[in-house]
Design a protein around this ligand. Structure first.
Ligand SMILES: *Cc1c(COP(=O)(O)O)cnc(C)c1O
Length: 473
């Protein structure tokens, strides 16, 4: 049954958590929030975040592992999530001076904080040393600066070393981050282990991409390194495998596969476009031959979130003859993870108001939203989830579905909130709302900017009784 009629819209139905469904039934509350906070408004909920932490905990507990979950707060700016992680006795991974300072200010105990920032200047390291925050060291210059600060402050500081360049199928996994295993071994045995102020505690990695196999291989190689260190009498207390746990955003694998198939047909000109001006979403077309895949996040996944962790832990990686969970348990090593996106799964929505409708020069319907594309943007070429249209007034007749595109407030031809063509159940009216679900992880914050002097969006938390309060209140 490969014959999709040419004009068929290909839906990508998002998974919608019950807190979002119940909020959507209170459209007037959403209108109130947009009126009060301006458009767009980011609405968050702690409940799914707590549930997600619980799901990871179940996996660790199933295998009897010592563990700690550090929420990578760079994925969302709200302090509310960092506080929630801390109150569940987990931790927060901070990636800048301000992220760290805000957590300290919020009274999150330093023992529950780690610093992984890619650039750690003197101020940042000094703040971490003063508060005895565990630091992940990436390179020798950073290490020497930390040494100097610890000596001046006469303070002990515990560190992990970030490792890069793991082997996978006989090839080095390229990375700009971390020490090679040999460099780390030398630094730890020749310097850190006898240092008056610096205490070696563990190894760390955070891999780009979403390969379960690469993470299992990297973890196994860290265990081997810890064994070599143990043979020199040096204990490794913890291994930290970073984040990058996949999220599943979509209800239907079939829709996801159909979308990919039809996108390619559209780019070859075999059916009407699925995207604005037939944007190829990163696929390259030469002489009507397509190369590569769309450069989009893998929005549909079977092995996601805690299942992804479970799959890593169940992996057997040679030379070990047991699954990794048993290898870790046997050595009494604490396993740490730093999920960002996956702890925020279902924890936030973005709500924006329709400002205008118009036609472009080709006759396509454009729906202008009071928001800009940096307010819902990640490195993915498009956010491939159907938005939800909340009409201001329900019209009885005249409910013809209509196709169109969502455009935003920055004065650029490329300023599309979504590149994908959207179907509205009824013709959008000025003042209607568009709701984008599952935007708390990266989408709402990571790239938000203030061009044209637009204010940043407000961040509001919604309680189970649908009370709203600002993140900073
Ligand atoms: C970004 C980052 C994370 C979080 O990654 P997710 O994909 O959001 O889970 C964790 N650790 C480090 C060091 C990071 O840079």
């Amino acid at each position: 049954m490969n014959t999709t009629p040419d004009h068929t819209f290909i839906p990508l139905s998002p998974i919608v958590h019950p807190w979002i469904s119940s909020l959507l039934q209170h459209g007037s509350l959403l209108h109130e929030m947009v009126d009060k906070e301006q458009s767009p408004v980011n609405i968050q909920s702690i409940k799914p975040f707590e549930e997600n932490i619980g799901k990871y905990q179940e996996v660790f507990e199933k295998y009897g592992l010592d563990y700690r979950i550090y929420f990578a707060r760079k994925a969302n700016k709200c302090i509310g999530f960092a506080k929630a992680a801390a109150s569940l006795r987990q931790g927060v991974d901070t990636a800048s001076y301000n992220e760290l300072a805000q957590c300290i200010e919020a009274d999150i105990p330093a023992g529950q904080l780690i610093l992984t920032a890619a650039i750690k200047n003197e101020d940042t390291l000094t703040l971490a040393v003063q508060h005895a925050v565990h630091i992940i060291i990436d390179n020798l210059d950073e290490y020497h600066l930390l040494e100097a600060i610890a000596r001046t402050q006469e303070k002990e500081v515990s560190i992990s070393l970030r490792i890069g360049g793991f082997d996978l199928h006989g090839e080095v996994m390229h990375s700009r981050f971390g020490f090679s295993k040999d460099e780390a071994f030398r630094l730890i045995t020749e310097n850190v282990s006898s240092h008056p102020y610096i205490r070696y505690e563990g190894l760390h990695f955070h891999l780009n991409g979403y390969s379960m196999e690469a993470r299992a291989a990297a973890l196994a190689q860290c265990v081997l390194l810890s064994d070599e260190l143990a043979s020199q009498g040096i204990e490794t207390k913890q291994l930290d495998i970073g984040g990058g746990f996949l999220v599943n955003y979509l209800e239907s694998e079939q829709e996801w596969l159909t979308f990919h198939r039809e996108l390619k047909r559209a780019i070859r000109g075999e059916r009407p476009a699925l995207t604005y001006q037939n944007d190829a979403l990163g696929i390259i077309k030469i002489d009507n031959v397509l190369y590569g895949e769309p450069t989009v996040y893998p929005y549909y996944n079977d092995t996601y979130r805690e299942r992804f962790l479970d799959a890593i832990l169940r992996s057997e990686v040679s030379p070990f003859t047991q699954p990794l969970h048993a290898v870790l348990r046997e050595r009494n090593i604490q396993l740490r993870i730093e999920p960002g996106r996956s702890l925020l799964d279902q924890a936030g929505i973005t709500v924006a108001r329709v400002a205008f409708r118009k036609k472009d020069t080709a006759g396509a319907l454009l729906v202008g939203l009071e928001m800009n594309r940096t307010q819902m943007k990640s490195s993915s070429a498009d956010f491939l989830l159907d938005p939800i249209h909340l009409p201001t007034v329900r019209k009885e007749d005249d409910n013809e579905p209509v196709e169109g595109y969502l455009v935003g407030a920055y004065c650029l031809e490329q300023e599309f909130i979504l590149k994908r063509k959207i179907v509205f159940d009824s013709y959008p009216e000025v003042g209607d709302l568009l709701v984008f679900v599952n935007t708390a992880g990266y989408m709402m914050h990571f790239f938000e900017s203030q061009a044209h002097q637009f204010a940043l969006a407000s961040n509001v938390f919604c309680s189970e009784t649908l009370d709203m309060r600002r993140d900073d209140e």
